[in-house]
Design a protein around this ligand. Structure first.
Ligand SMILES: NC(=O)c1ccc[n+]([C@@H]2O[C@H](COP(=O)([O-])OP(=O)(O)OC[C@H]3O[C@@H](n4cnc5c(N)ncnc54)[C@H](O)[C@@H]3O)[C@@H](O)[C@H]2O)c1
Length: 408
């Protein structure tokens, strides 16, 4: 008999008094995450998994420094499966390379665990559907760790959009422009990636492999699968034609939504361009952007730039994160958006609230990887974007962070 399957929109699960975590992948990002969690209340680490003995030892030592001494370590190839099968874990936190995210998340949900997956959650449309189907069948949270959604700039812009300050949004731009040429080529001992996974993936693919930092905040602002949905895209990458070069990896993708909004997404990790995520929002009454220089222009007011926009962002601080921002400032955390993401994830799990980013977000933002490649390889032809909600994209009206009311 077919397993029952219902949509997982605004999925809420029973509150967890303490979130018991099993952690997979303790490389650059994993260790940084573990360090961040030293100041997050209401969590305990039960098990760790990595292929490297050295990484495991570093992580165990770190947890011992805060009194978490009974953590089990798994080092073997399939150790992550044994970790997922334990019955004393609520959340599996996945910080491995891109290709392992989905198989690990699927298995974890099938073992009854919630999952938090580093970005992107998936690398193909088929994997995106697997995540959606598994979350719907198991009723487990599938949260993608898109920290850029918690950038105070994005949160204020979201609050301003909700108040109608920009009028109707017509166009948004997002990007991941980050000169990673040194890390790309470096081996693991010199700060590079495990077995060079990123350069290998980029060498074999041609679209935008890392779209979620750019598109995540935009989709929240445009209420994607909360009244609008991504319709189709066209994509282009230099370096793929007959005169193309293999040592550059750049991509530009244009997306149209069903309600007629346009989105520009860019990716560039192999040129000297200064770091940028663009974060550009154009509306009928206002414009705001974060990169390359901060700028705000509202109807009837003089445009303001750089630090001049700070009082406006402050005045429109998102109500659900204002306290978290104050705490982060008091604790002097190095990266406020990571801290806000960690706090919100654990808060929502402990309160039994729907999570800020759901499995449909994870699928919609991650599927751009394969679909942009399809377009690039076929002369930039338009490619349809699936509706991962299967027709329920108007069930919820408007994006907002989950309010403090559990909906069981
Ligand atoms: N959100 C962000 O801002 C941000 C920043 C950096 C990295 N990331 C993401 O974090 C993830 C990890 O990136 P990274 O820089 O830490 O890579 P990394 O190569 O430094 O670390 C990956 C780790 O996973 C481990 N691993 C690989 N396969 C495994 C398996 N089968 N079982 C157990 N462990 C395994 C490796 O041993 C390594 O320690 C990527 O998805 C990346 O895109 C996100």
């Amino acid at each position: 008999m077919e397993e029952a399957q219902h949509h997982a929109l605004r999925l809420a699960c029973p509150p967890l008094p303490v979130v018991r975590i099993g952690f997979i992948g303790l490389g650059n990002r994993g260790m940084a995450t573990l360090r961040r969690y030293l100041v997050i209340e209401g969590v305990v680490f039960k098990a760790l998994c990595d292929l490297s003995e050295q990484h495991l030892q570093q992580a165990k030592t770190l947890l011992e420094s805060i009194g978490q001494t009974s953590v089990t370590a798994y080092q073997e190839e399939n150790g992550w499966k044994a970790l997922c099968e334990r019955n004393d874990i609520d959340l599996i936190y996945i910080c491995t390379d891109w290709l392992t995210h989905t198989p690990m998340a699927i298995y974890a949900m099938q073992q009854g665990k919630h999952v938090a997956i580093e970005v992107p959650a998936a690398t193909s449309v088929a994997e995106c559907w697997q995540l959606v189907d598994t979350a719907e069948k198991t009723r487990r949270h599938c949260y993608m760790l898109e920290n850029c959604c918690y950038d105070p700039f994005s949160m204020s812009a979201l609050a301003m959009e909700r108040k109608g300050i920009f009028g109707d949004i017509t166009h948004c731009e997002g990007a991941y422009i980050h000169d990673l040429r040194d890390r790309y080529a470096a081996d693991e001992r010199n700060g590079g990636y495990h077995e060079g996974w990123m350069a290998r993936f980029c060498g074999e693919h041609r679209g935008n492999p890392y779209p979620t930092h750019g598109i995540g905040p935009i989709c929240q602002l445009l209420h994607i699968h909360r009244g609008d949905r991504l319709d189709y895209l066209v994509s282009l990458s230099p370096g793929t034609g007959t005169d193309g070069r293999d040592d550059i990896y750049m991509n530009s993708t244009l997306i149209r939504t069903v309600r007629g909004k346009s989105i520009l997404l860019q990716y560039d990790v192999t040129t000297p361009r200064p770091y940028s995520r663009l974060q550009t929002i154009c509306g009928t009454k206002g414009f705001i952007q974060k990169y390359p220089c901060r700028c705000l222009s509202l109807d009837g007011q003089e445009p303001v730039t750089d630090d001049g926009i700070e009082p406006v962002l402050h005045a429109h601080e998102h109500p659900l994160t204002a306290d978290i921002l104050r705490d982060g400032e008091r604790l002097n955390v190095p990266n406020i958006m990571n801290y806000t993401m960690d706090r919100r994830l654990i808060h929502c799990l402990r309160q039994g609230l729907p999570l800020d980013i759901d499995v449909y977000d994870a699928a919609e933002w991650s599927c751009i990887t394969e679909l942009s490649e399809q377009s690039v390889r076929d002369g930039s032809r338009p490619v349809k974007i699936p509706d991962f909600t299967r027709g329920k994209w108007q069930l919820i009206s408007g994006y907002d962070y989950s309010h403090d009311t559990p909906e069981h």
